[in-house]
Design a protein around this ligand. Structure first.
Ligand code: FMN
Length: 237
């Protein structure tokens, strides 16, 4: 799918006062809070506040956002900017900080290493790739914004490749995502080096996608003769 929804969210105040309490009613385990910002100040402000919420177990910092104070280039496309966000967020937080990387770069490894060097506790990858389609009747881009975030099963090989590369370069854990839509993908992502796996677009195709994958994991473990999933992390290296 190609989306151009922006960073739809009600803002940090409402996430804390409304969204987290709503979530607590149906989900009792720690949640990962995904934080975006358009400046270092916005990242630190939101991370410092969300860090105080006991429901939050991990802070995931999305650095695919444009830096409005620096020509609009995404923080995640430059190792120096990625390091700067990591350092600033680590200063104001106590919980594990995972930096979520953009795949729209030539060298994902240098960015992951820059984040690790500034104290990131883990790396999440990948965010959406830039993509587009053209409406042949109108001869115009299908998405009003011309381009959008491309995700779903088509991007799985790219995501897997990046998880594989980053696993070889850093010592911190990796959360793998990008095109995971079936339980076999979870297994493959872990073999590439992911400690945990996230699912995005597949949930929009089938709201039970995650539930199904979790339920089918034991069957796949049996198929590949695995007793403990931990044993396969990075198993392809
Ligand atoms: C509709 C939509 C909205 C998204 N919004 C965010 C977001 O706010 N922050 C973020 O870090 N990633 C966002 N993503 C990216 C996903 O979390 C994920 O990294 C990416 O889509 C690749 O995984 P997938 O192929 O399983 O969707 C969004 C993806 C989709 C499809």
């Amino acid at each position: 799918m190609i989306n151009s929804v922006g960073l739809q969210n009600p803002g940090i105040d409402k996430v804390i006062s409304e969204e987290l309490p709503k979530l607590k009613k149906c989900f009792n385990k720690p949640v990962i809070a995904n934080i975006s910002g358009f400046s270092i100040d916005e990242y630190t402000y939101c991370c410092e506040r969300i860090d105080k919420e006991e429901q939050v177990g991990i802070i995931e910092v999305n650095i695919s956002c444009p830096n409005v104070h620096n020509g609009g280039m995404a923080f995640g496309t430059d190792p120096k900017a990625a390091a700067e966000v990591t350092k600033a967020v680590k200063k104001v937080t106590t919980k594990p900080v995972y930096i979520k990387l953009s795949p729209n770069v030539t060298d994902i490894v240098s960015i992951a290493k820059a984040c690790e060097a500034e104290g990131a506790d883990g790396i999440s990858l990948i965010n959406t790739l830039m993509g587009m389609r053209i409406d042949k009747m109108r001869r115009r881009p299908v998405v009003a914004n011309k381009m959008g975030g491309f995700s779903g099963s088509a991007i799985f090989p790219v995501a897997l490749r990046m998880v594989y590369q980053v696993y070889e370069a850093v010592k911190i854990p990796i959360i793998g995502m990008g095109g995971v839509s079936k339980v076999e993908d979870v297994f493959e992502m872990m073999l590439a080096g992911a400690t945990a796996v996230q699912v995005g677009a597949a949930n929009l195709v089938d709201p039970y996608a995650c539930k199904t994958m979790v339920e089918e994991l034991p069957k796949v473990m049996e198929k590949y003769k695995v007793n403990n999933l931990k044993d396969i992390i990075g198993g392809a290296h």
